[in-house]
Design a binder for this molecule. Structure first.
Ligand SMILES: [Zn+2]
Length: 101
């Protein structure tokens, strides 16, 4: 199987509520700030119970794929979201709510 970056319309709130941040060997839940989450076959956050459907990682910035491949192997159920896209869209959303655009 090959890796392709696919663009799709997606509800950012849905992603924000179900994403895990992957850092090297462990994960971090942006919901409850729990760190050190064991990645292998994790389905939900041990801290707050959020169901993980998406993953992203700072290490994937600039289109680097090593972490994507590693994460997909450990968590094949999750959709890997491009970190730059995620930051761009959530940053934009933040600015919108700030300035009420
Ligand atoms: Zn959590």
């Amino acid at each position: 199987m090959e890796y392709l970056r696919v663009w799709k319309e997606i509800d950012i709130e849905e992603v924000k509520n179900h994403i895990i941040m992957v850092e090297d060997k462990y994960g971090h839940c942006p919901g409850c700030k729990q760190i050190g989450i064991e990645l292998k076959d994790v389905k939900k956050c041990p801290g707050c119970g959020r169901v993980f459907k998406y993953a992203t990682s700072k290490d994937a910035r600039g289109g680097k794929s090593d972490v994507v491949v590693r994460t997909r192997k450990k968590l094949p159920e999750l959709v890997f979201v491009d970190y730059d896209d995620y930051e761009r869209v959530t940053g934009k959303k933040k600015a919108e709510s700030l300035f009420n655009i």
